[in-house]
Design a protein around this ligand. Structure first.
Ligand code: NAD
Length: 343
């Protein structure tokens, strides 16, 4: 079968990872790129040898010649570009955060559904090797029924030098990073009925919140905590590791710093190294994220070919995105938020 031909919009900081990953994905290639910044267009076009280059996405869609589009721009343009893809009946991948508001995200899902095209959100954290290892252990029944969890990302890493826009938004850590951690919580413990959140800003040089503590009630009765911080200075910087604690009816799982997975149950305690692979184009400490970019893009290519639903489809991601909106709402009001009422 011929390779899937893709077009990528937004040749910025993170898109370079996506371009590297596309080069590794079996049976897929990028045939056209678009960026309204001529410097980024040239840089990425020259680095990856892409001839077809556009400054305007509408022109690229009008010319066509590709089977899917990978939207790697920042959130402001996501709705317009996804709707453009739907209008041209082109399957689309959209970077997180999916949209500016839940209402926009719902409209984007509806547009793709009406056009009959798949839509996947590039929500890659659940594809990280250590997170997949936790999921596999649960599926194998290693700790029985999980009744409590903690999903933690606490770091002092300077994310602002590579992504200066992160310092400028009214919203920061929940929308940018917590969105991934909340998605992992859903992936591991299932959908959420109710959420309570507290936030604060520690770094005086940024506008948004850089610390958030979120309490989740899951459908299955489990309770979890999602705690995220970019104001935490530790002896060994854990960026970009998500640490996981799970207590189950038959045992416990601890994913701790250094990609160490410890499982305890009636059979005793086992410890495994679940480090991500360092792909040829990857660099530490980003390699954990970079490997998951490859994994989600490979997954997309496979589902596009077999017609199956992707793990982080637009419809699935509404349930993660609702948690982001609910967290801001709860932090502002001090009250719990009913998630089902939002969906
Ligand atoms: P960036 O600002 O470096 O890059 C965005 C690029 O898109 C810029 O080059 C800009 O010129 C271009 N662009 C914006 N609107 C456009 C439009 N309408 N048409 C054509 N080009 C347009 O941003 P970034 O740091 O690369 O982030 C991009 C997205 O990736 C963000 O939504 C961010 O949250 C996400 N991201 C995801 C991960 C992850 O692990 N999934 C990690 C980092 C960033």
């Amino acid at each position: 079968m011929a390779a899937l031909r893709g077009a990528l919009i937004g040749c910025g900081f993170f898109a370079v990872n996506q371009m590297h990953a596309w080069a590794d994905v079996a049976d897929a290639e990028i045939v056209a790129i678009c960026d309204r910044d001529p410097e980024r267009l040239k840089l990425v076009g020259d680095q990856f040898g892409i001839e077809r280059r556009y400054s305007d996405a509408a022109e690229m869609f009008a010319d066509g010649g590709f089977d899917f589009v990978d939207i790697a721009t920042t959130v402001q343009s996501h709705r317009a570009l996804v709707e453009m893809a739907a209008a041209h009946r082109i399957p689309a991948i959209c970077q997180k955060p999916f949209a500016k508001t839940l209402a926009d995200a719902k409209a984007m899902v509806a547009a793709c559904k009406a056009a009959g095209v798949p839509l996947m959100v590039h929500e890659n954290f659940r594809w990280q090797t250590p997170i997949q290892a936790v999921r596999k252990a649960l599926d194998a029944g290693a700790i029985g029924e999980p009744f409590w969890g903690r999903f933690s990302f606490r770091s002092g890493f300077d994310v602002f030098s590579g992504q200066p826009y992160l310092a400028e938004g009214e919203r920061f850590i929940i929308e940018d990073l917590g969105i991934h951690t909340l998605d992992i919580a859903r992936y591991i413990l299932g959908d959420v009925t109710r959420l309570t959140a507290r936030t604060r800003r520690v770094n005086p040089k940024i506008k948004g919140e850089d610390v958030a503590t979120i309490l989740l009630d899951h459908d299955n009765g489990a309770t979890s905590i999602v705690d995220v911080s970019y104001a935490t200075k530790l002896g060994t910087e854990p960026f970009p590791e998500t640490l996981v604690e799970l207590d189950g009816t038959d045992g416990t799982i601890r994913l701790s710093q250094g990609y160490r997975l410890e499982i305890t149950n009636a059979g005793g305690t086992t410890v495994a190294d679940v480090s991500p692979k360092l792909l040829s184009w990857a660099a530490r400490p980003w390699h954990n994220i970079q490997e998951s970019v490859f994994a989600i893009q490979q997954h997309w290519a496979e589902r596009l070919k077999d017609g199956g639903e992707t793990s982080t489809s637009g419809a699935d991601n509404l349930k993660t995105f609702a948690l982001v909106e609910a967290a801001y709402e709860s932090a502002a009001s001090g009250r719990p938020v009913d998630i089902k009422a939002m969906l």
